[in-house]
Design a protein around this ligand. Structure first.
Ligand code: PHE
Length: 505
């Protein structure tokens, strides 16, 4: 079946009627169509025409014509004349000269109208004003011909709006300056025109037959369905998108991630944003002169500049950093400044939370995760944010090994919807081996985070004896892939249009 036939089949009865009424002339004002197609009113015809437009069968031209009619003040002026014209007539009738007080009392104008009349008196050249003691004389010129505003006034009506273009322009311009004189409106004119496709469909000869758009018990019981047609559902019909409240896509994604780790037997933990360098760095065997500790990378706090730390840990970590502290390592050598450990900073990774957890729970098997915000002193661009979230976790138990680590991450990404991963050797001061996880987004590999097994320099001082598998993955990068975004900032700009379009995950 060709496209025109298919289209014709999907048309509703009202649509067929519009089309049939259009078939001859190909184009008609909506008003005419509504009548010739037998609609109760224009709105019904417009409804059918709009569906036809959505299907590419017709085009609808809308033209708006500005209309003008008289307002209440204008109607009064039309009947009795403009106040200045009436004042002039009065002065002329009493010999061409009258005092203002006489004109006020005998002229037949309200005090407001006298005000208006005086404002136009000189402007329209109706006469002069001569000061005389306490009073003023109004001196009328010979009766001037009707001015453009008076002509326009005569052409207008209160009950019959006419197109603005049909009224003398200068007159309209002047009348516009007078409040309440004119009333403006518009006439919407709609013309419906067959498109090329529409012409093809119309040429098929549409017959308007009674058909059902809905099956009811009655239709089934009476057997009417045997003889009448049921209109097929049109699943391509454009429909309004329901506007419902829903959580931000990122929040939904966090929920999903949380569920996955919970299902995998992990327990969720939380930690502070503001932490001492001791836990963010020293505990993780990050040397005190490591470049990432510099102000350019790490956001240190001014208030408080320092946080109290347990001397037990500065001593422990100090030994590991300087000499290896019996972990089998030689440490970093050089010095270790316990004051540096106290410096308050905004956590640069959520690994601070898992290492603190380990310090508190050194024995036994553990699987914990966190999804939390981290801060870096970084410039923002399409792939970097100074604040973002990490999906962090550790798993520790006797015999835990690198294969198990890869298995956990593989399973996590599989459940979130990404099957294709690869691992690249990397470096973190606190893991050995260290790997970066990359995910295939269908076009290219994206780096999503780091992982590894905590080094003895990290676990031994805390009394942890089982291997600790650890990872820290970017949430926003994952979200970009999941939502098909080219720019990470899109997640945070509150673009309502984009947010409305996002499905519930
Ligand atoms: N903390 C690392 C980062 O911020 C990620 C990581 C976590 C790497 C745990 C190894 C182990 O990039």
């Amino acid at each position: 079946m060709d496209a025109a036939h298919e289209l014709a089949q999907r048309l509703s009865n009202p649509e067929r009627r519009v089309l049939a009424a259009l078939a001859g002339a190909r184009e008609a004002p909506l008003e005419t169509l509504a009548q010739s197609a037998g609609f109760a009113n224009e709105a019904e015809a417009m409804n059918a025409a709009s569906w036809l437009r959505a299907k590419g069968v017709v085009e609808i031209d809308e033209r708006s014509t500005p209309l003008v009619s008289l307002g209440p003040e204008g109607e009064r002026y039309r009947q009795h004349g403009l106040p200045e014209r009436r004042l002039h007539a009065f002065v002329a009738s009493v010999g061409g000269r009258a005092t203002l007080s006489r004109a006020r009392s005998e002229g037949g104008l309200t005090p407001g109208e006298v005000q208006i009349a005086l404002a136009w008196w000189k402007r329209k050249g109706l006469g002069r004003l001569e000061r005389k003691g306490d009073d003023t004389d109004l001196v009328a010129n010979a009766a001037p011909p009707a001015t453009p505003d008076e002509q326009a006034l005569g052409a207008l009506d209160a009950s019959r709006p006419v197109p603005e273009t049909g009224v003398e322009a200068e007159g309209l311009r002047v009348l516009r300056q007078r409040p309440g004189v004119l009333h403006f409106g518009a006439r919407k004119e709609r013309r419906v025109r067959l498109t090329a496709t529409g012409a093809e469909v119309a040429a098929l000869g549409l017959h308007v037959e009674e058909e059902f758009s809905q099956l009811t018990p009655e239709i089934i019981q009476s057997g009417a369905w045997r003889t009448k047609t049921v209109r097929p559902y049109d699943v391509h019909t454009p429909a309004p998108r329901p506007q419902v409240g829903k959580p931000h896509p990122l929040v939904q994604l966090v929920e999903e991630i949380r569920d996955i780790f919970l299902e995998l037997g992990f327990q969720e933990i939380e930690d502070e944003y503001v932490v001492p360098a001791l836990w963010n760095m020293d505990a993780l065997f990050i040397p005190q002169d490591h470049p990432a500790r510099e102000m350019q990378d790490t956001l240190y706090l001014a208030h408080p500049a320092r946080l109290p730390v347990d001397a037990k840990y500065t001593r422990l970590f100090g030994k590991v950093h300087t000499t290896g502290g019996g972990t089998g390592s030689r440490g970093w050598g050089g010095g270790f400044d316990p004051r540096e450990s106290e410096r308050a900073l905004l956590r640069t990774h959520t690994t601070v939370g898992t290492i603190r957890y380990l310090a508190e729970h050194p024995k036994g098997a553990h699987r914990v995760f966190s999804i939390g915000r981290v801060f870096r002193n970084e410039a923002m661009d399409a792939t970097h944010l100074p604040e973002f979230h990490q999906i962090e976790g550790i798993a520790t138990e006797p015999g835990a090994d690198f294969r198990m680590l890869l298995g956990i991450l593989q399973e996590f990404y599989r459940r979130i919807g990404f099957e294709k991963l690869r691992w690249r050797p990397s470096y973190y001061p606190y893991t050995e081996p260290s790997m970066d996880v990359e995910v295939w987004n269908g076009t290219k590999w994206l780096e999503l985070g780091g992982c590894g097994i905590f080094r003895p320099e990290v676990t031994q001082p805390l009394g942890v004896e089982t291997p600790v598998l650890a990872w820290g993955l970017g949430l926003e990068r994952l979200a970009m892939m999941r939502f098909g975004l080219g720019d990470i900032r899109q997640l945070y700009v509150s673009d309502l249009e984009w947010l409305k379009r996002q499905p519930l995950l």
